[in-house]
Design a protein around this ligand. Structure first.
Ligand SMILES: [Zn+2]
Length: 258
């Protein structure tokens, strides 16, 4: 089936109409809705977001022989009636509503069937504080979610605004942002430095373990290349002895040539 990486998927989800132009806090919550759905392989895109009063007049005019708003005729009887909300009567007009549909993991193949995934998206939307149009008794508006904070449209028209919920965003493994990646890289580099320092200290400590009575000899043997200087207190096997004798013999022959 497959799906786009989340950051790309979000661009797909909001690219239609004025979906990105909703209220800033509504946008944040809607983005989080898309993220949470994506994580569960529930894919939604938005089809409608902010509608200006003029946009609403166009919608209201559909299926009506005449509708005049601010001196302009918006009647469009040739098409089906789609809305009973006049300009200013929809939460969309205040950037507080969005309409969604389900689709595939690439934001394509839109599916208007109100199936289990659609209903799951609605549940997540409600968790985030949205009201879902599918819950309305009189007219079920399945694609519609609005952030009303319990306020009526008249209260919104009078200038009130809902209090927005603070939600913490989900962070996905394997989907780091560039700044998160840089942060992590810096942390790893710092820890690597620390580890190297400790390793060097440990090696020094080992060198100090040479007993005082053997220190001169150990230093000489190291300088002449008989021993590499590691593990001074370690046991000496017959095969290691053979190597050291051979090194000593080579050393003697070279010295002898001087
Ligand atoms: Zn709507």
């Amino acid at each position: 089936m497959g799906k786009l990486p989340i950051e790309q998927y979000i661009l797909e989800a909001f690219k239609r109409n004025k979906c990105k132009q909703v209220h800033q806090e509504v946008y944040k919550l809607a983005e989080e809705l898309v993220r949470r759905c994506w994580k569960e392989d529930v894919f939604i895109v938005f089809t409608d977001g902010l509608r200006t009063f003029e946009d609403q007049a166009v919608i209201y005019g559909k299926g009506r022989s005449s509708y005049v708003y601010k001196g302009k005729e918006y009647g469009n009887p040739k098409v089906k009636k789609v809305s009973n909300a006049k300009p200013g009567n929809s939460f969309h007009n205040f950037g507080l509503a969005l309409d969604f549909v389900t689709c595939d993991g690439y934001g394509k193949n839109i599916d208007w069937n109100v199936g289990p995934k659609w209903r799951r998206a609605a549940v997540i939307a409600k968790e985030l504080g949205f009201t879902w149009g599918g819950d309305w008794a009189s007219f079920k508006d399945y694609p519609h979610i609005q952030y009303d904070g319990g306020l009526t449209i008249s209260q919104i028209q009078a200038g009130k605004m809902p209090t927005f919920k603070r939600v913490s965003s989900i962070i996905y493994k394997g989907d780091l942002t560039v700044s998160q990646y840089n942060e992590l890289k810096k942390l790893i580099e710092e820890q690597q430095k620390e580890i190297n320092k400790l390793k060097a200290e440990k090696a020094d400590a080992k060198g100090d373990n040479v007993a005082s009575s053997h220190q001169d000899a150990w230093k000489w043997a190291k300088e002449k290349g008989l021993f590499d200087g590691s593990n001074p207190a370690g046991a000496f096997t017959r095969q290691q002895a053979a190597t050291v004798f051979q090194r000593f013999n080579n050393l003697k022959c070279c010295l002898g040539q001087d």
